[in-house]
Write a protein that binds this ligand. Structure first.
Ligand SMILES: [Fe+2]
Length: 168
């Protein structure tokens, strides 16, 4: 084995996230020891993938986790030796449904606000424009998107682009 692990655990200190995990505040809640006739690497390999949930753990873990979904990340490219793997609980399915329903509700509420408030105001502004009482509109500096829209419209229509006015 190479000597790059001469300082066991040293690689754990090279991760900016670890200090946020509060390892010092964690309390052990269980300790088990198993006398098993397999190499320690095989014992550790069971934590390296989850697709076996559907066959080996079909009555327990497979009901709680999506065995075929996981997120994996490592720092091997940066010369590190750590990795993390995140499993996907099946609760995410219900969360996805709730998020979709929430987004639909927000989108519908937003559409109704646009229709009932913004476009009502837009009709009022159009009536004012149609009256001929105003020969131009001034957009504020807090309306950069409107400057961009209207400058783009003017440019594409071959109309003069109004310059920005300096503040006094
Ligand atoms: Fe397993």
């Amino acid at each position: 084995m190479s000597g790059d692990l001469a300082e066991p655990g040293a690689f754990l200190t090279n991760n900016d996230e670890f200090p946020t995990w509060n390892f010092g505040g964690m309390v052990p809640i269980n300790h088990d020891a198993y006398d098993t006739a397999c190499n320690w690497k095989l014992a550790m390999d069971t934590f390296g993938e989850t697709y076996h949930f559907s066959s080996l753990h079909k009555d327990m873990l497979f009901n709680t986790f999506h065995g075929n979904v996981q997120c994996y990340d490592d720092d091997a490219g940066a010369g590190g030796h750590s990795h993390r793997m995140i499993l996907c609980r099946r609760d995410i399915d219900q969360m996805a449904l709730e998020i979709q329903m929430f987004i639909r509700t927000i989108a519908q509420d937003f559409a109704e606000i646009i229709r009932d408030e913004d476009y009502v105001m837009g009709e009022s502004q159009q009536a004012a424009a149609n009256s001929g009482a105003l020969d131009h509109f001034i957009f504020g500096r807090n309306e950069p998107a409107l400057h961009h829209y209207h400058a783009t419209y003017a440019e594409k229509l071959g109309l003069p682009v109004e310059p920005l006015l300096d503040t006094v």
